[in-house]
Design a protein around this ligand. Structure first.
Ligand code: HEM
Length: 227
């Protein structure tokens, strides 16, 4: 068996794959929240942004397929790591360490699984319009898909908004822990720098979560409404 195969079958190799795929998903989430926050600039900015993504054509599909592959790799390595950890028997020295690791690993599996369920619902809601077929016919005065209207109508349903808000809190928790695990796996910097980096990571996770939550909250509060 080659060294590369051995590495990727090992716990550290799997952690590495999870860290890199997690980092890519993290970058997607930053881009997504930034694009979504354009709704606060009004329908023109939001619809023009959505149209500019659609205009990417084939490139958008390459990015979508890439995102899907990264998502699958991230989940597959989480399952693999869980199996490896389950089969590893702790010795006296590592018992305490492995107990704390397994508690945080379990909370990551739980928050990650719930975020996955949310993403599936979110795609059925805003991308495929299966939960709300009427979204498919929303067009603005310039003939573009009216993403602004879809967001406002979508979040006018308080139950839907609550589902999004809870999911975004879970996402924030998942990112917060994920970022510190990432620094640990990649072994970035010394202890002091590592702690500072973790704080930056926690702040970013918090800002991402709050950024997303601000949208359904503003719709419910009547700050974001139809023109
Ligand atoms: C307030 C919160 C959110 C809003 C308003 C929002 C908005 C949108 C919209 C409008 C689309 C459809 C774009 C289109 O097909 O025209 C979309 C797609 C998507 N969203 Fe979100 N989103 C939110 C949160 C999230 C979160 C937290 C995640 C991931 C954890 C996420 C992941 C995705 C993915 C993977 C797609 C599909 C991308 C594509 O097909 O191009 N979204 N979102």
């Amino acid at each position: 068996m080659s060294r590369v195969t051995l590495l990727f079958q090992s716990s550290i190799g799997t952690k590495l794959v999870m860290a890199v795929s997690g980092l890519l998903l993290f970058l997607f989430v930053i881009a997504h929240v930034s694009g979504n926050l354009l709704v606060f600039l009004g329908p023109e900015a939001a619809n023009a942004y959505a149209q500019s993504l659609k205009d990417l054509g084939g490139l958008l599909w390459v990015a979508r397929i890439g995102l899907l592959v990264v998502f699958i790799i991230h989940i597959a390595s989480a399952v693999r790591l869980w199996r490896i950890n389950k089969s590893a028997r702790p010795n006296d020295y590592s018992e305490l360490e492995s107990m704390t690791t397994s508690i945080s690993a379990k909370s990551m599996i739980l928050s990650g699984s719930l975020v996955l369920v949310f993403v599936i619902y979110h795609l059925l809601h805003f991308t495929l319009h299966i939960t709300n077929p009427e979204f498919g016919s929303l067009v603005d005065s310039q003939g573009r898909f009216d993403v602004y209207k879809m967001i406002v109508i979508g979040f006018s349903n308080v139950t839907v908004s609550i589902v999004y808000i809870v999911a975004m809190i879970l996402l924030g928790l998942h990112l917060n822990h994920g970022i510190s695990s990432l620094f640990q796996t990649l072994g970035i910097a010394n202890y002091a720098e590592n702690t500072a980096l973790k704080k930056v990571g926690s702040l970013l996770a918090f800002l991402i979560s709050v950024g997303f939550i601000s949208i359904p909250l503003s719709v419910i509060a009547g700050l974001l409404k139809l023109p």
